[in-house]
Design a protein around this ligand. Sequence first.
Ligand code: SF4
Length: 294
Amino acid sequence: MLGRILTIQREGPVDWGRFIWSDTHRVVYGPVPSRRLGSSLGINLFPGRKMCSFGCIYCDCGPTVRRKGLKEGEYVPGRELIRKIKEGLLEVKDQDVHIDFITFSGNGESTLHPDFPEIAEAVARFRNRIFPAVPLAIFTNGVHLDRRKVREALKFFDLPIVKLDAPDQKGMEEINRPGPSFTIAELLGNFHSLPRVCLSTAVIPGPKGNVGSLKSEEYLKIIEEVDPIEVHLYSFDYPTFDHDLYRASEGLMLQIAKFIATSLPFTVKVISRRNPHPEAPPLYKEGEILRRTE
Ligand code: SF4
């Protein structure tokens, strides 16, 4: 094997009430018990109104208003968010709560916010003053990395985690559901000249899934070109937007991890949770589609 495989299986109990989808109005939320980041203090740039350039079938934030450019009035201005983030960080500091990461995630795609570069810089400054030992992470769908200022702002993050759920146009359209004119070639083009990032792939078994395309040469080729710090494979332990999805077992994700690690010299992390949310999709078993009770 050229690469190596690490499994991360988080235990509970889990306070699901801290996650962004229980109250999307929060700007600083959590800390949430993140599977890959530990105690993660979330930063949400779209309080109360989800905004994203994707509409992923598994999104935990509900339906998407799909946008590439936002107009004034559709979003909370950067200066107001910066003030709220500073207040939120100071509040958490006062509570003396342990945090492992400060993470841009939340109710949509952070890099879509027109003031994202300024906000990222301000948060990195606050982090240096208030939580100097805590790294800054971001989950991004990669769509807006064609903007020079957005790409440059990634330098403020210790751990950028970029989504790639399908190596082809059809898969991306079916799973991530971007706007009509967005192509996989554009997305992959955005991966060039990036700082090193983690590549994050949702493993989706069943009829609406991507398992076949993740065991393909195309997927390997993209991983090789991106040259990521790590590849993350994960499934859904939370309620998803599409109710007809299945959750991948650790065994299935390990099969894909082995496929990658036997061909490429990367670390592949297989990420799951032992105690998923009660309304998370049912586990998919090979050769057996579980009947759902309505
Ligand atoms: S990119 Fe993230 S926020 Fe946007 S729809 Fe997909 S999962 Fe949801």
